[in-house]
Write a protein that binds this ligand. Structure first.
Ligand code: GDP
Ligand code: IMO
Ligand code: MG
Length: 416
């Protein structure tokens, strides 16, 4: 029953797409279990860059079956576009969509925009929150209903006035607009829980791919500046329709520093001057929205919080090459709060906003490491930085990524 979970350990954009693509070389299935096209997962392979939003990052490999699980919220138009985009690049991804996944409709995007006018969370405006709201309110539209014309019509008759919000379009017009997407997606909609149960029974290799990150988790993240699902390992059983015991190894994906898009407290946020250097080198602009990402020092307090929730077997440290720009490196090892130092993330926003970072400083490695393929070839200062992360969090570093390409990956042990 070999399976591995790829979990964002910070605020998203840790490089989950790159690592999932790398590990999916030997996977039979890659499964998304939450979120929607708020995600933007970038993969560089053979000189080509791919940005995936809804498709699991196994989609570039012909032999892999890619599942969009029941915990996802799916914009059909965006999904069809993404499949078309890959096909135009000569790829033929094998895709299966859960009949229990919820559908994002145009009114969800409008409601997202309307809510942002007053709330200012800094959402991706993809309609994610409102689609999950409808799901929780038990008035949502599911994929299995959507691709059955008679059921879809009956749904609109029953619920349209309840869910449509600010949309003026008639339900008849909406039904017509969606015909091509229904046709395109219908053959792919199945009971994916049954497929995965069979996969585990026959010892297939499964990668679960998280979107977003632990600090954006609706339960354990920096609420209310979070997304509307659970991107943690705990979200897998519910969102993929598998038993909890089928979640095997848990790999925490950790950017070598911190980044965040959207609003909300960010204790380890860096001076703008330094942030700009990183933004320039690492192209730190949102894959989905193009917004500049906020940049911070690596926050080990938040990482310990993430480890407590996910129980990581190992970390994959990504974008490590980017740190070679600096003479000294800084880790956040505690939060200063009202005259004492704490090592946990306070739940209350007002308290979190008062926290100031406590730093541990270390010498940098001013050396290009982006061509290295061997752990032992890493400069001593680089290894010291990784060792400090291991010592303070208690999680071993199992992989290091030194560039965006598939090949720029150093594995310390065979993880999967
Ligand atoms: P995800 O949402 O977690 O999949 O991450 P994103 O794709 O949104 O953002 C990560 C960015 O960093 C992308 O542009 C990747 O191509 C890039 N990237 C991933 N790993 C590395 C790395 O080790 N070094 C560098 N320089 N870039 C990387
Ligand atoms: P990947 O999978 C980074 C952020 C948004 C906003 C908050 C809520 O690429 O790591 P939402 O649209 O989900 O209601 O927005 O969550 N956010 C992300 N930040 N990476 C992501 O995905 C994100 N998906 C959502 O910026 O702050
Ligand atoms: Mg991303």
């Amino acid at each position: 029953m070999p399976s591995i979970a790829i979990i964002g350990a910070q605020w998203g954009d840790e490089g989950k797409g790159k690592i999932t693509d790398f590990l999916s070389a030997t996977a039979d299935y890659v499964v998304r279990f939450q979120g929607g096209d708020n995600a933007g997962h970038t993969i560089h392979s053979k000189g080509q860059k791919y940005a995936l939003h809804l498709l699991p990052s196994g989609a570039l490999r012909d032999a892999t079956i890619n599942i969009l699980g029941n915990g996802m919220v799916i914009n059909p138009e965006a999904l069809v576009e993404e499949i078309d985009m890959l096909q135009s690049l000569g790829k033929h991804p094998h895709i299966v969509i859960s009949n229990r996944a919820h559908v994002i409709m145009p009114y969800h995007k409008l409601r997202d925009q309307k809510a942002e006018d007053t709330q200012n969370i800094g959402t991706t405006l993809k309609g994610i929150g409102p689609a999950y709201q409808d799901k929780a309110a038990r008035v949502g539209l599911r994929m299995g209903t959507f691709v059955d014309e008679a059921l879809f019509k009956a749904y609109l008759d029953q619920y349209y006035d309840t869910v449509k919000g600010h949309l003026n379009e008639s339900k008849e017009r909406l039904f017509e607009t969606y015909q091509p997407y229904i046709e395109a997606l219908k053959p792919r909609v199945k009971d994916t829980s049954v497929i995965l149960a069979e996969a585990f029974k026959t010892n297939k290799r499964v990668v679960f791919e998280g979107a977003q990150g632990t600090m954006l988790d609706i339960e354990q993240g920096s609420y209310p500046y979070v997304t509307s699902s659970s991107p943690t390992a705990a979200g897998i059983p519910a969102g993929a329709g598998v038993a909890p015991k089928h979640v095997g190894q848990v790999l925490g994906i950790v950017k070598a520093y911190n980044s965040r898009v959207g609003e909300g407290p960010f204790v380890s946020e860096m001076e703008e001057e330094k942030a700009e250097i990183i933004r320039e080198i690492a192209h730190e602009f949102g894959t989905t929205t193009g917004r500049p990402r906020r940049i911070g020092y690596l926050d080990l307090v938040a990482l310990k919080h993430a480890h407590r929730i996910n129980h990581f077997d190992a970390f994959a440290i990504t974008l490590f090459d980017v740190l070679s720009a600096f003479d000294t490196l800084k880790l956040v090892t505690g939060y200063q709060l009202d005259g004492s130092v704490i090592d946990y993330v306070p739940a209350e926003l007002e308290t979190l906003e008062k926290c100031q970072p406590v730093f541990q400083e270390m010498p940098g490695f001013k050396e290009d490491i982006s061509h290295l393929t061997d752990w032992n070839a890493l400069p001593q200062a680089a290894r010291n930085y990784l060792k400090a992360i291991e010592d303070i969090t208690g999680v071993p570093v199992g992989m290091v990524s030194v560039g965006p390409d598939r090949r720029q990956t150093i594995s310390m042990t065979k993880i999967f």
